[in-house]
Design a protein around this ligand. Sequence first.
Ligand SMILES: O=C(O)c1ccccc1N[C@@H]1O[C@H](COP(=O)(O)O)[C@@H](O)[C@H]1O
Length: 221
Amino acid sequence: MSDIKVKICGLSTEETMEAALDAGADMVGLMFFPKSPRHVSLTEACKLADMARGRAEIVAVTVNMDLDGLSRIKELVGPDTFQFHGSETPESLAAAKVMHGTKVMKAISISEKADLEQAHYYAIVADRILFDAKPPKDSVLPGGNGVSFDWTVLKDLDLPKPFMLSGGLKMDNVAEAIRLSGAREIDLSSGVEREKGVKDPDLIRAFMAAVKGAEVAAVKE
Ligand SMILES: O=C(O)c1ccccc1N[C@@H]1O[C@H](COP(=O)(O)O)[C@@H](O)[C@H]1O
C-alpha cells in the first residue's frame, strides 16, 4: 500500500488551508452548505481556492444545490470537482458535468452493505464515489458528523470508478480504516478539528503523518 490520496474537507481559514496544502493534502474541500459550521462565503471561497490552485484538487461540496448556485460557484471559485452530498440523481450529476466541465463526485450514505448497491448506478456518470456514514437521526448535516460505518463492507468492492472513504476518520483510526476497507483514498473533516467547525493546523499535520505511517507499515507487511 502506498500513495493514499487524502482530501481534507471544510477548510475555512487561510491558516488551515496552508497547513493542509503544506502537509501534502491531495484534495481540499470548500463547504457551500449554509447549515454547516464549515460553510464559506463565495468571497472567502475564492481566496482559499486561489491558494490551492495548482497545489491540490479543489472540491466544492454542495447539498441539493440548484443549477444557478452551481454556476455561481463554478464562475467565481473555479473548483475542479463538485461533490454532491444530498439526494441528487445520476441525471443531475450528468447535467452538472456537461454544463460546468468539472469532475463530479457523489456521496453515498452507508449503514449496511446493501447501501453500496446504489454506487453502481452513480458510478456510470460520477468520476468518483464517496462513501460516508449515514448521519445520526437528529443531525441537520448529511455529512461532517464525525461518525463511522463498518469499514469491512468496502473490502473487495468492485466499482469501475475510484472511491473515497469518509466518516469519523482521525489520526487514531485511519490506519485501521485503510486496512479494513482497502480504500486508497480518504476524506475527513471533524477529525482534524479542535471544536465543531474549527480546524486545527497541528491536527492536520498529525493526521497526514499518521497516513504516511500507515503507508510505511503496510509496505513492511
Ligand atoms: O462537513 C460538513 O459540515 C458537511 C456538510 C454537508 C455535507 C457534507 C459535509 N461533510 C462531508 O462529510 C465527510 C465526513 O465528515 P467527518 O470526517 O465525519 O466529519 C467530510 O469529509 C465531508 O466530505
